[in-house]
Design a protein around this ligand. Structure first.
Ligand code: ZN
Length: 289
């Protein structure tokens, strides 16, 4: 299985019916290969495509070879040209940027809403940027890793919490006049962090589930019912990818702080070893074929 679904490159060749592109165009593409014909696709919900495939993902239903390669073939309708001044390294982060943007769009984040993001991995950090762009008021980020909390601060978090060091609910209630936040993004996906998400969200608030590391999570049903919480899942993106080109190219979303290293493609296995060992503080490693 060739992994990789966050990529950018140059068009080397294309099918004879492709009209809007030329050889040599600099492009990037969505990670979801959608059919563009089914009902969800027609409505613009590309991430819900009935016959979607995801680049570099081995799940049997979605399997498609990915982009850690010199060449990758994708349908023209998932590709977009990128401006000349946008580097391929930065463009390769358009896809995770769009995941964060989609999550923020799944929530009714409006001006001055308080937001908490549980999990400051790269997706959590992109949700942070997207929430800021949507005009969120106070943005609180929680993670057990100090390096990631530091990155969150650099990317505009107002408050960061390490729940190992201080009580998450107490801190968040202290920051929100004992009400809890309007919107919580759960970007980890453990039962515990999902329960945390419920406990820090105010009555009538919204919880957007982005992470899913554990298959099941128990929670008090009465919290959902009696506090009229709204739960929503957020999966991949549905068109935000193209909006993100301008946001990243203009620097409104600065992806540079998320890039820990840039290595040649052949160093891929070593890059994975480093990420797996987790001895260093790493966010994204970009591979250059
Ligand atoms: Zn479709």
């Amino acid at each position: 299985m060739i992994m990789g679904h966050e990529a950018a490159g140059i068009i080397e060749n294309m099918g004879k019916n492709v009209k809007d592109f030329e050889r040599g165009d600099r492009v990037c593409f969505d990670s979801t290969v959608y059919c563009n014909r089914c009902e969800p696709c027609q409505k613009g919900y590309y991430n819900r495509c009935e016959s979607r495939q995801v680049l570099g993902v081995s799940t049997p239903d979605f399997k498609r070879q990915g982009a850690f390669a010199e060449y990758v073939a994708v349908p023209w309708w998932i590709a977009s040209k990128i401006p000349d001044h946008l580097s391929f390294t930065h463009a390769s982060l358009l896809e995770p940027t769009s995941i964060g943007m989609h999550a923020a769009n799944r929530a009714p984040v409006s001006a001055n809403d308080t937001v908490v993001i549980i999990g400051a991995g790269t997706i959590g950090l992109f949700i942070l940027r997207a929430s800021r762009l949507k005009g969120a008021g106070k943005v609180i980020v929680s993670d057990i890793n100090e390096f990631r909390l530091d990155a969150a601060k650099k990317l505009g978090a107002d408050v960061v919490v390490n729940p190992v060091k201080s009580d998450l609910k107490e801190t968040i209630f202290g920051e929100t006049k004992n009400k809890g936040v309007d919107v919580t993004f759960e970007a980890v996906g453990y039962a515990k962090t999902f329960q945390d998400a419920i406990s820090v969200t105010k009555t009538g608030g919204h919880i957007i589930a982005v992470g899913n590391l554990e298959k099941t999570a128990e929670f008090n049903l009465q919290e959902l019912v009696a506090r009229e919480l709204t739960f929503r899942g957020s999966y991949a993106s549905s068109g935000e990818f193209r909006d993100c080109i301008e946001l990243v190219a203009s620097g409104k979303i600065n992806v540079e702080p998320l890039i820990s290293d840039v290595l040649p493609l052949e160093d891929g296995p070593r890059a994975f070893d480093r990420l797996l060992k987790a001895e260093e503080n790493l966010l994204k490693i970009v591979l250059e074929p």
